[in-house]
Design a protein. Structure first.
Length: 317
């Protein structure tokens, strides 16, 4: 058995058992991948994959166990390469950050310029997606880390650490009746009262919308959502033209930037949420990744991050 066979098995699983896609990803031929896997199965004396004719349909029971071992082996092989790079080119390399649009727009601009100033030879790339997609990217090592509010903390194989907490904010034109509420009155605002107005908020597939839907559903109220958008800036634009009351993530409202609008925190209606950063368990991190994580949150010290990675690795084992 050899590392090439391990790579073929791992990539076949990652490509949803499509040998053609696996071969393309590994820059080789489909017959070569198929032949190598069959030879590997013969050597082990077990079948790793369930087949229907020539097509692979899934993993056998022993194949599931083999796949887990291969994943651990390849993770350590990748770690060896990273250790080599760390000491050969200490402050050079790449950093792929998986993130939602909100994090790319509102959080990372506060961090990346300082990081680039400190590590000018590190190539930074942003890979945007929804939280489940970001989790898969980190698990498949297509991203070094991911930042999102949902999914990451519940994904096996990921060490997810809190970056910051946030709540939803209503955005209104200054002349809107709700904008006249005092701070104490705003804290007493009810879902029933809010539902009297047309609302503009996130599309259902994006973070933050689920809590809104659940709150209204639990109260037995059907809100009048007149427009859904994937971007808080778009929501604010339609609030500004008088379409309705906007509901956005708190990080997306800045009184200095959004001077024509009023923001009202409504955490008492839709709860508090935690944005997290996730790293794959058992992974070796370059020094500059630890620095980046602490720039995201001062609480993410090297010891805290390493402890979380080790703890998740023990769970996986």
């Amino acid at each position: 058995m050899n590392l090439q066979q391990f790579r073929f098995v791992r990539e076949t699983i990652r490509r949803n058992f499509n040998l053609t896609e696996a071969a393309r990803a590994l820059f080789t031929s489909q017959p070569g991948v198929s032949k190598s896997i069959i030879e590997f199965e013969d050597e082990l004396g077990i079948k790793i994959f369930e087949r229907h004719g020539k097509r692979i349909k899934g993993l056998t029971k022993p194949g599931t166990a083999v796949a887990q071992v291969i994943e651990r082996i390849m993770r350590e092989v990748d770690n060896l390469k990273k250790v080599s790079d760390e000491f050969a080119q200490r402050d050079e390399g790449g950093l792929v950050i998986g993130c939602t649009h909100a994090q790319a727009r509102y959080l990372l601009p506060k961090v990346i310029p300082g990081f680039r100033e400190r590590f000018p030879k590190v190539r930074v790339s942003l890979a945007e997606g929804n939280p489940p997609t970001l989790a898969r990217m980190v698990l498949h090592e297509q991203a070094d880390l991911a930042i999102a509010t949902e999914s990451l903390a519940h994904t096996p194989g990921l060490a997810a650490l809190p970056v910051y907490a946030w709540e939803h904010v209503l955005v209104l034109k200054p002349e809107h009746p709700l904008a006249e509420l005092t701070s104490s009155q705003a804290r007493e605002l009810s879902l029933a009262h809010l539902a009297q107005y047309p609302l503009v908020t996130y599309d259902r597939q994006f973070s933050g919308r689920r809590a809104i839907d659940e709150a209204f559903a639990n109260a037995g109220i059907t809100p009048d959502i007149v427009l859904e958008a994937i971007d808080a800036d778009v929501i604010k634009t339609y609030v500004d033209v008088g379409l309705g009351v906007g509901i956005i993530a708190g990080m997306a409202f800045d009184p200095r930037r959004d001077k024509g609008l009023v923001g009202i925190p409504v955490g008492h209606l839709f709860g508090e949420h935690v944005t997290r950063v996730a790293i794959k368990s058992g992974i070796f991190l370059r020094d500059y990744v630890y620095v980046f994580l602490q720039m995201l949150s001062e609480n993410l010290t090297r010891d805290v991050v390493q402890e979380a990675i080790d703890r998740e690795s023990n769970i996986d084992a």
